[in-house]
Write a protein that binds this ligand. Structure first.
Ligand code: NDP
Length: 520
């Protein structure tokens, strides 16, 4: 298998025009050590245009593989991922600084499932579907709904999950018969390069999946060439992507930021709630779009919950992952994110919050922040209203459930949420009142692993969704087909010449069909 440098060089050699910037390349840092682990090309607009031409040329043959042919490649890729899991994990860990387990559970586990899911479900979600209609004028006709691949899809991904969130969205796009150009984050491009090589080994034809390494400008250039853009990243960049897509009138699917609330009601299993709050706020060092970012706890269980969470968070080991079981909380991947985390904690403390665990940056080597619990917080503080994206857990006492629901909804974001209560009927009612694309009762984040379910944000957390039927149909154009049998009348009743008798007949027919009022 090729080295990182060979993989990156292939990307560079494969394009016609390599700018001076590309020749200089982008250094990739291991955030857990500060070492530069590789350099990848910084591809400019000409290189992206060249890739787009190659992707378009390769697409028809890939579409002609059919569902079965494409499924064979994806299932080989699923096995390849399991056979090469160690190498993929070490690549993810080397460019994100996350722990072995965060790479294993949330990245390998996700992608392993996704290859099989889309291979299996693509024909079910996209196959021609015979439609029954209540429209009398089409009685006897064959009515079909069909989906066909849009052609060339651009996927732009963030740095927090290079396999799940960058590469993961390529899988359904490929399963639908598109070619794909993936622009990974400049911070974490290595996993995408490795996966592209793996897919080639599994029989994916040349240029069906290409990796456009580069910075924001490379992503912007990509939008100018593709038929649809799948973007995961911040709400700020998502708006720019939506504007660029609108100018070209191409569809855009946007998975953006979040500030997920957790509600702990007075009848909750406090031990379970505390374990979930600890894990789902600190997992991936809090750098997950659907992390628990703020907690509202009803007064009767507040002290117990805070004591339990503080103790659990204080026991977490932070640092460079040396393999399975070595640490719980890994590095802060993106350098500027450290400034945001420190700013949110300082702002909260300055406005009266108390720190019960952590609170500080860990001195290097590497970039780490202590797992942090804050209390006496409120919505005047950034830590309760803006995306922190770090290992922080602010906990707020509320007098009742109504206050918890009101505060949960007091956010521009609406990605995920969780409610803890032993009364699951009430939990479901409350979950439905939360303005978020997903809500879990007595759990958190787990909806993301259910690939049959749509996953997308409400409000400023996004447009469109991944997973479920919509998660693959968005990579297709829809076509409606109506087929009239050969033994049809020479013309329809409503056609020329217009006659008053026919018009009266049609009026009577419409009245009969639609004018009889409510029928019990
Ligand atoms: P950014 O928005 O900064 O970047 C996302 C991607 O967009 C990167 O590849 C970036 O390139 C690229 N990019 C930057 N500018 C442009 C542009 N003008 N046009 C096109 N592409 C551009 O997000 P982060 O990488 O910081 O990711 C963290 C964010 O992602 C958080 O807000 C998090 O909540 C969100 N996220 C949402 C998920 C969801 O499912 N809703 C899942 C995971 C993360 P480069 O990095 O090279 O600058």
């Amino acid at each position: 298998m090729a080295t990182v440098e060979q993989r990156a060089a292939e990307t560079q050699d494969g394009v016609a025009a390599v700018s001076e910037d590309a020749a200089k390349g982008i250094p990739v840092e291991n955030p857990a050590t500060g070492e530069i682990v590789a350099t990848v090309p910084d591809l400019g607009p000409e290189a992206v245009a060249d890739m787009a031409a190659k992707g378009r040329a390769a697409q028809p043959a890939w579409e002609a593989f059919g569902f079965d042919g494409r499924a064979r490649v994806l299932l080989r890729a699923q096995k390849w991922l399991m056979d090469n899991a160690e190498q993929v994990i070490s690549t993810i860990v080397s460019e994100t600084g996350k722990t072995f387990e965060d790479a294993e559970f949330a990245e390998i586990g996700y992608a392993g499932n996704a290859f099989g899911f889309w291979a299996r479900e693509a024909p079910n979600y996209l196959g021609d579907e015979r439609i029954k209609s209540s429209q009398v004028l089409v009685k006897g006709k064959k009515i079909l709904q069909r989906f066909r691949p849009l052609g060339l899809i651009g996927v732009i991904g963030p740095w927090n999950y290079p396999l799940t969130n960058s590469f993961g969205d390529c899988i359904p796009a490929l399963a639908a018969g598109n070619s794909v150009i993936l622009k990974p984050s400049e911070i974490t491009p290595l996993t995408s390069l490795l996966m592209a090589e793996g897919l080639r080994e599994c029989g994916l034809p040349e240029n069906v999946l290409q990796i456009a390494t580069g910075r924001g400008e490379t992503g912007a250039a990509l939008i100018e060439h593709v038929d649809m853009i799948m973007f995961t990243g911040s709400t700020r960049t998502g708006r720019k992507v939506a504007e660029a897509a609108a100018r070209r009138l191409i569809p855009a699917s946007l998975e953006l930021g979040g500030k997920d609330p957790m509600l702990v009601l007075s009848d909750a299993d406090v031990e379970r709630a505390a374990n979930f709050a600890t894990y789902y706020s600190m997992q991936n060092a809090g750098q997950t779009c659907i992390s628990i970012e703020r907690v509202y706890v009803e007064e009767p269980v507040y002290d117990d919950f805070v004591a339990k969470v503080s103790e659990k968070v204080r026991s977490l080991r932070v640092g460079k992952s040396e393999g399975p079981g070595s640490v719980e909380v890994g590095a802060i991947t993106f350098p500027p994110q450290m400034d945001t985390i420190k700013d949110h904690v300082a702002d909260a403390v300055q406005k009266g919050a108390r720190v019960l665990a952590g609170g500080n940056e860990v001195q290097g080597p590497g970039r780490f922040f202590e797992p942090t619990v804050l209390v006496d917080v409120d919505h005047s503080m950034k830590i309760m209203t803006e995306e922190t994206f770090g290992p922080t857990l602010p906990i707020m006492k509320v007098s009742d459930t109504e206050e918890a629901v009101r505060l949960a909804n007091d956010s521009p974001y609406g990605l995920g949420a969780s409610v803890f209560t032993k009364d699951t009927t009430r939990g479901e009612e409350i979950a439905k009142r939360i303005e978020a694309g997903a809500a879990n009762v007595n759990d958190a984040m787990i909806n993301y692993t259910v690939l049959e379910l749509p996953m997308g944000g409400a409000k400023a957390s996004g447009l469109g969704s991944r997973h479920g039927p919509g998660g693959i149909r968005k990579y297709c154009s829809q076509q409606a087909i109506v087929i009239t049998p050969k033994l049809a009348m020479k013309k329809e009743l409503f056609m020329y010449p217009y006659k008053s008798r026919t018009s009266r007949l049609l009026a009577g027919l419409f009245k009969f069909m639609y004018g009889r009022g409510k029928r019990d």
